[in-house]
Design a protein around this ligand. Structure first.
Ligand code: KG4
Ligand code: ZN
Length: 336
């Protein structure tokens, strides 16, 4: 079964052709990063316009690269929640139009569930139940996953998302947007024990997250230096910058790893699944790998291209939803 997937929930316009949930024939991602960098974050209005400008080209490329004809498509899938409402609507409208013209089923997908599914594209031996951690620019969520399509939320952030904390701290440190990848690279030359930033665990046994405290702690730390000011280079020497980045990253990673392992133990799961843009982080991958190995729980995370927003994860998951006869009508809405 050949499914065309569409993803426009934030600042990437993506379309992908996936066969039987795992054979990725194409996965085109048009990033808008260059348009948002100078604002230090995603500007919804700019994101919507860029999606409108590129969606047709991206879909066209996905079909061409997959070497199929548009009439070979058996179903259309699209992420319709959560995300920026205007951005979601552009993907959803394109998907509805194609579904109507081609007379094929429309399958709507939860973007966070798609991030969890991304691992399944590369590993077919994932055992359920699993604890899934989705860490991205907009979300930090823990799910108890019973199957590809069944996910119960068990924890989430009460303020900033993990990726958002990376991006905001990057701004404080005078780095570009998005800052996650740069903090990851810079940290490799730093000492993660140089500064003890706070780790917020909230109430005892809580599976929720809070990253606003560590972000503020970095800001206060920088304000004590010679020059600073959010958004400008605070005049840190390379060594200081590396230590700060590594210490901040360590604080975030520690909380993510400890809460995920705690949840995995509490629910006696058979696997841990990691997904979302922050799942590209090398320190998070390493520490979660070590912690999972210690407890003998298999850990799965996808390659970097499938961690970031992409439509292959949408089209892949849609295959399973279609198998469960979960098809949407043309009246289906986008939910931010
Ligand atoms: O999943 P994603 O592509 O988009 C959303 O759904 O938000 O995630 C983007 C986020 C950004 O905040 C970015 O800074 C972060 O993922 N990110 C990283 C790394 N690569 C991307 N954060 C930390 N370390 C990385 N290597
Ligand atoms: Zn995402």
């Amino acid at each position: 079964m050949i499914i065309l997937g569409i993803e426009t929930s934030c600042d990437e316009t993506s379309a992908s052709v996936v066969e039987d949930g795992i054979k990725v024939h194409s996965n085109i991602v048009a990033s808008q990063q260059a348009l948002h960098t100078r604002f230090g974050g995603v500007v919804p209005e700019i994101a919507c316009r860029a999606h409108t400008d590129t969606i047709i080209t991206v879909i066209d490329k996905a079909v061409t690269e997959a070497n199929i004809k548009i009439k070979d498509i058996d179903a259309i899938s699209v992420a319709n929640t959560p995300g920026l409402i205007g951005a979601l609507l552009i993907g959803l409208t394109a998907a509805k139009t194609l579904s109507w013209i081609l007379k094929v089923p429309l399958i709507t997908i939860n973007h966070l569930h798609a991030h969890i599914y991304a691992s399944k594209i590369e590993y077919d031996d994932i055992d359920y139940p699993a604890i899934s951690l989705v860490v991205s620019g907009g979300h930090t969520s823990l799910f108890l996953t019973q199957s590809e399509t069944r996910h119960t939320p068990v924890g989430g952030t009460i303020d900033d998302a993990a990726g958002e904390a990376f991006d905001k701290v990057g701004k404080i440190l005078g780095l570009g947007y998005p800052a996650g990848p740069e903090i990851d690279t810079i940290s490799q030359k730093g000492n993660e024990k140089a500064i003890l930033f706070p780790r917020s665990y909230l109430k005892k046994d809580s599976l929720d997250f809070s990253f606003s405290g560590v972000k503020t702690a970095v800001l206060y730390h920088c304000l004590g230096q010679d020059s600073r000011d959010s958004g400008e280079n605070p005049g840190l020497k390379d060594r200081e910058l590396a230590d700060l980045a590594a210490s901040f990253q360590e604080a975030v990673v520690d909380v993510l790893v400890n809460k995920t392992i705690f949840a995995a133990t509490r629910f006696s799961v058979k696997s841990i699944i990691l997904g979302g843009g922050v799942a590209c982080n090398s320190r998070l991958r390493q520490k979660l790998t070590d912690a999972a190995k210690q407890r003998d729980i298999p850990l799965y995370y996808p390659s970097k291209k499938l961690c970031m927003d992409n439509a292959a994860m949408v089209a892949g998951l849609a295959y399973h939803k279609y198998g469960e006869k979960e098809v949407a009508g043309l009246e289906v809405e986008a939910i931010p």
